[in-house]
Design a protein around this ligand. Structure first.
Ligand SMILES: *Cc1c(COP(=O)(O)O)cnc(C)c1O
Length: 389
């Protein structure tokens, strides 16, 4: 028993859900409005304000938001969309859902973000959009990306699944590109269980996105069961069932209130990791670009194979033995069987992303952790690395 307590499993991730969230959800359940309704509208307004965008459209996932953004811009069969290979597959899958082809550009070795210097050579007359991913919660080089996009008339749809709270040159992510998609999945910095948000400053994209994300129904169809609503609607597009519910929005409203507080914990813990690993040969800590604010969605270390004898897989095994959960972000998308078979992508095609992937481990980092949990991870990682010099 005592041994069990000492080495209690530390999960890779765990959401911070407290009485505020529970009460807000209960209030919604008692109100009887369970689908998209007043709380979703309230969450959208608050979120738009928070990121400084003129529109926010709540959806049931970031995947849905990424898909809707491209459809709203009219991207379809025959088109090509440029993105990063170092991302969750949904970023590229949604390009395929539109009928378009994902074209990858390798990442920068220091940040894991798409390397702008590789974008122009991949642009063809079929290219319609760029989907940059703010890897781990650090902003991409948006000035260069938007500069290229304007030059070639491309749409910029940001994957900000990691990047709530992230700033780029003092501006919040969410109001910079043409459209930005956020995730509220259970592991993300703000969590509604499942959920996502599309933000934009473009009135036409916003209007289309609203329609596309709710069956393609004409405006305001969501309140058709309300006293002020109308039974009548028109289908303007064969849309999707991608709307958020008021149950999810209840979580979102309360999570947004404590976001700054939760982010302070992430910042403090990232700093604690950085300082503890600074002098340890064999561990490469995440590189921060000065002037931008990192959301610390992920804390990814890299192993330096010249300094230590164990690889990523062994480190994960050893940490698991010590009851510490870890993860890997990400298996580069072009290495997945579907992408290899359908598009002929081969191992070696994106060497920087592959090199990072082979050496990377994501360590637990979330507000619910206690400082001593961070220290436990530090001791375990440094111990394993030292034993394997
Ligand atoms: C989590 C994640 C997504 C998908 O978010 P969902 O809300 O689960 O659809 C997309 N892109 C990246 C980079 C992610 O980490």
């Amino acid at each position: 028993m005592i041994h069990m307590l000492r080495s209690e499993f530390l999960p890779y991730s765990s959401p911070l859900i407290a009485e505020d969230e529970i009460n807000e959800v209960t209030d919604t359940l008692r109100s009887s409005w369970l689908s998209r309704g007043p709380k979703t509208a309230e969450f959208e307004r608050q979120f738009a304000d928070y990121v400084g965008a003129s529109h926010a459209i709540a959806m049931n996932s970031c995947t849905a938001a990424l898909h809707v953004a491209l459809i709203a811009r009219g991207i379809g069969p025959g088109d090509e969309v440029i993105t990063s290979p170092l991302t969750f597959a949904a970023t590229a899958n949604t390009i395929i859902h539109c009928g378009a082809k994902p074209v990858f550009v390798d990442v920068d070795a220091e940040t894991g973000n798409i390397d702008p210097s590789g974008i122009e050579e991949k642009i063809t007359n079929k290219t319609k959009a760029i989907v940059p991913v703010h890897y781990a919660g650090q902003a991409c080089d948006m000035d260069r990306i938007i500069g290229i996009a304007r030059k070639y008339g491309l749409f910029v749809s940001e994957d900000a699944a990691h990047a709530i709270y992230t700033t780029y040159k003092g501006r919040m992510i969410g109001g910079i590109g043409d459209a930005t998609s956020f995730s509220f999945y259970a592991t993300k910095n703000l969590c509604t269980g499942e959920g996502g948000m599309l933000t934009t400053n473009d009135d036409s994209i916003a209007e289309k996105a609203r329609v596309i994300s709710l069956h393609g129904m004409s405006k305001n169809a969501w309140n058709r069961y309300d006293k002020n609503g109308s039974w009548y609607y028109e289908i303007l597009y064969p849309g999707f069932k991608y709307n958020m519910t008021d149950i999810q929005a209840s979580l979102g409203i309360q999570q947004l209130k404590k976001l700054e507080h939760m982010q302070k914990a992430r910042e403090a813990y990232a700093k604690r990791y950085n300082e503890a690993f600074a002098g340890v040969p064999g561990i490469i800590t995440p590189k921060e670009i000065p002037g931008n604010r990192h959301s610390w969605h992920l804390y990814v270390i890299q192993l330096d194979g010249n300094q230590i004898r164990i690889g990523r897989d062994r480190l994960i095994e050893e940490l698991t033995k010590r009851n510490i959960g870890t993860s890997v972000h990400f298996i580069p998308v072009h290495l997945h069987p579907y992408y290899q078979e359908r598009y002929g992508y081969k191992k070696g095609a994106y060497p920087v992303a592959e090199h990072m992937y082979e050496r990377m481990v994501s360590l637990p980092l979330y507000p619910k952790m206690r400082p001593e949990d961070i220290d436990r991870v530090v001791d375990a990682v440094t111990g394993i690395v030292r034993e394997n010099r």
